[in-house]
Design a protein around this ligand. Structure first.
Ligand code: FMN
Length: 366
């Protein structure tokens, strides 16, 4: 047995092992962006992981940027999440809600007023394309630059969503500050060209993240609040010219909150979400600066996960695609058993196929 299978406390949340399910958007929400009833079984199947981080859930209508992603801002959405958290708890699991605002990844199709989405600055994502509600792809639009009043309103949306998450039975929340979405757009100078208190210096670029964190912590407690950062992958066309400066500052600035955890995406070279453009590997330094539990993610096998723990880069790990296609990944890693292959065609959208029908070990072996 290795440390991976040992329990750990993340603030007020007790985990039975150190393998978390990474957040995975599946685009299967039903009318009103309410979680699909099938999600009850999907998440319960994966409750042997120490912690389930929900698929990203938008905190407001304006925060949405993909088809059929669930929200956590209406009473119907809260009611849709409740049976999911109940089912996970009944299986002895823990679950946090990932709170999401996509910023400039959104398209006018998703905005209540039919105009482009919002971002720190009016700069469109130059690479890749956005996904319309009908799953077709289109070029990204030039977003509207947020006013200070609009920024304050979004902080309020995070608080509302965090309180809703607790009402829906989640053990806590993860603030999604990674992968080129709104908070990451403020952090990285490739997307943030503001000249006010939210742009320029590292202190200014981290201000929005820290305001959101302060407000969420005030609402539900630091011991139920985690945050996810991606220092080095440039997802959704959002890169920084000097990731070490902004992300070491961010990790140190998050330390005084005493958060439940810091979740870092920092895939090894050549793995999904791996470091791009020669960016430095920052996990070890960020863990020291943050001072609390660090969860590492990105292309981890059991061996790489153990190595990350042994090298002091993390206290626990999260796994995305392997948990998507192996509901019993913890048992498979324990036994060094073979893994089911993921079916990429069913990642986004659809029903039970590729969602609740991946076989467990006994069934796979039978
Ligand atoms: C289908 C799919 C959906 C994803 N959705 C999210 C998401 O909602 N929120 C998020 O922070 N990351 C999301 N990611 C990134 C994963 O959480 C994770 O960082 C990535 O898959 C690398 O980890 P892995 O190699 O263990 O899969 C998604 C990845 C995939 C493949």
């Amino acid at each position: 047995m290795t440390k991976l299978f040992d329990p750990i406390d993340l603030g007020a949340i007790h985990l039975k092992n150190r393998i978390a399910m990474a957040p995975l958007t599946r685009s299967r929400a039903i009318e009103g962006e309410v979680p699909n009833p099938l999600a009850v079984e999907y998440y319960a199947q994966r409750a042997s992981t120490g912690l389930i981080i929900s698929e990203a859930t938008q905190i407001s209508r304006s925060g949405q940027g993909y088809p059929n992603t669930p929200g956590i801002f209406t009473a119907e959405q809260v009611a849709g999440w409740k049976p999911i958290t109940d089912a996970v708890h009944a299986k002895g699991g823990k679950m946090v809600a990932q709170l999401w605002h996509v910023g400039r990844v959104s398209l006018s199709d998703y905005q209540p007023d039919g105009l482009p989405g919002f971002a720190p600055s009016a700069i469109a994502i130059a690479s890749g394309q956005g996904m319309r509600p009908d799953f077709s792809m289109t070029d990204f639009e030039t977003p509207r630059a947020l006013t200070v009043e609009q920024i304050e309103a979004i902080v309020g949306d995070y608080v509302h969503a965090a309180k809703n998450a607790i009402e829906a039975g989640f053990d806590g929340v993860e603030i999604h500050a990674a992968n080129g979405y709104l908070i990451d757009q403020f952090l990285k100078d490739g997307a943030n060209k503001r000249e006010d208190q939210y742009g320029g210096s590292v202190e200014n670029r981290a201000r929005f993240m820290l305001e959101v964190t302060t407000a969420v912590v005030d609402a539900i407690g630091a011991d139920r609040t985690g945050i996810r950062l991606s220092p080095s992958n440039g997802a959704n066309g959002t890169l920084d010219s000097d990731p070490a400066s902004i992300f070491l500052y961010a990790a140190a600035a998050l330390k005084p909150f005493g958060l439940a955890y810091l979740h870092l995406i920092e895939g090894e070279e050549g793995t999904p979400m791996s470091i791009k453009n020669g960016a430095p590997q920052l996990a070890k330094q960020m863990r020291e600066a943050f001072g609390g539990p660090v969860m590492l993610n990105g292309g981890l096998t059991r061996e790489l996960a153990e190595k990350a723990l042994a090298e002091g880069r993390a206290d626990l790990v999260s796994s995305g695609v392997p948990v998507l296609s192996n509901p019993d990944l913890v048992e498979r890693w324990k036994k060094n058993a073979p893994l089911n292959a993921p079916d990429k065609a069913t990642f986004y959208g659809g029903g039970a196929k590729g969602y609740t029908d991946y076989p467990f070990l006994e069934t796979a072996e039978a």
